[in-house]
Ligand binder design. Structure first.
Ligand code: ZN
Ligand code: ZN
Length: 337
């Protein structure tokens, strides 16, 4: 995986000190805009220094050097049963420069109250309780990972992919797309993937995802409309100048804005979603988030010969040129939006 390897560098002018030199390919302010010295200084300013090795932290309470060693020491204590998936998870753990970039192998018995919710495009989706929550940072005093789960929302969505034992490539691709796009910039636009698990009965692999407590966009819109309308009646807003339509449109514009930011984050990472429709937008709290990135591909991705002319997606959201057999582009994503 070519994710966030800090060593790779490009030559150019540093945005901070304006000197010509080697630029960090991945740095705190964005790709290829800072030299190594400015990047270290900014990191030290923003994240402080690691208590153990005294180097500047690479993320919030996160030292990549120290934490990657901790993960590595633990590699022998777990396995998914599939070499590709093991390597994939291990890579994210070694290269994570903040907690949100890593994946974990989460044994299925860590989940409780597993409940079927819906059939997704390519598999089933379940809701479950994950009491432990995700890794947040290393707790030096307790010598263990400090985990985080919201008191109000300990749920996760478990997404199984049919025949995921065989289609590891697609499975890994979908998760890679999530972690590539997910960052502090897109905390509120993209659904996060925490790790991978396996259904003990079917042996299917499962993506462990952030749970959207307001459900699908359509569901959320229905409820929100009802709520606004009830408040309008209850508070007798109709006796004032408050315009009901304006209120409804006010929050709808917010939702649209958030989706468009999310789409931009995907395009910024050089990916195309290729399957954007209202069913792939879910709401958590009052924020709309993009999910189902299973068909996400790099911009210049070429279909395999055998897959040529394969058109997928939901018809009303498909750009006309796709139906004429042309490639998916950023523009076709925007058409879907
Ligand atoms: Zn510089
Ligand atoms: Zn350290």
């Amino acid at each position: 995986m070519e994710q966030s390897s800090i060593e790779e560098q490009k030559y150019g002018k540093c945005m901070e000190c304006k000197k010509l030199g080697k630029l960090m390919r991945t740095s705190i302010l964005g790709p290829s805009i800072l030299c190594q010295i400015c990047d270290s200084n900014l990191k030290a300013q923003k994240f402080g220094r690691c208590i153990e090795c005294k180097q500047e932290n690479t993320g919030h309470n996160w030292c990549q050097t120290c934490n990657s060693k901790r993960f590595q020491n633990d590699f022998n204590n777990w396995t998914s049963g599939n070499d590709d998936i093991d390597k994939f998870i291990q890579n994210t753990q070694l290269s994570a420069w903040d907690s949100y970039q890593l994946l974990e192998w989460i044994p299925y018995d860590k989940f409780s109250k597993v409940k079927y919710i819906a059939k997704g495009g390519f598999g089933q989706i379940y809701k479950a309780t994950w009491k432990d929550g995700y890794i947040f940072h290393w707790d030096v005093s307790k010598n263990q990972w400090k985990r985080f789960s919201e008191k109000s929302n300990k749920f996760v969505a478990l997404k199984s992919l049919n025949k995921s034992q065989k289609i590891t490539y697609e499975f890994i691709n979908e998760i890679t797309s999530h972690i590539k796009v997910f960052s502090f910039k897109s905390l509120d636009q993209i659904i996060r993937c925490y790790g991978i698990s396996q259904d003990p009965d079917t042996k299917e692999y499962i993506m462990v995802m952030q749970y959207a407590n307001k459900g699908s966009l359509r569901n959320y819109l229905n409820e929100k409309n009802k709520k606004i309308y009830n408040e309008y009646k209850k508070n007798k807003y109709y006796e004032t100048n408050l315009d009901l339509n304006l209120q409804i449109w006010g929050y709808k514009v917010g939702i649209l804005r958030n989706i468009s930011i999310g789409l931009r984050r995907i395009h910024d990472k050089g990916l195309i979603h290729r399957d954007l429709h209202s069913g792939n937008i879910v709401c958590n709290k009052d924020l709309s988030r993009i999910t189902d990135m299973g068909l996400c591909r790099p911009v210049n991705y070429k279909e395999l010969e055998t897959m040529e002319n394969s058109v997928y997606g939901v018809l009303p959201y498909l750009a006309p040129e796709i139906l004429r057999g042309q490639d998916y582009t950023e523009a076709s994503d925007i058409y879907s939006f």
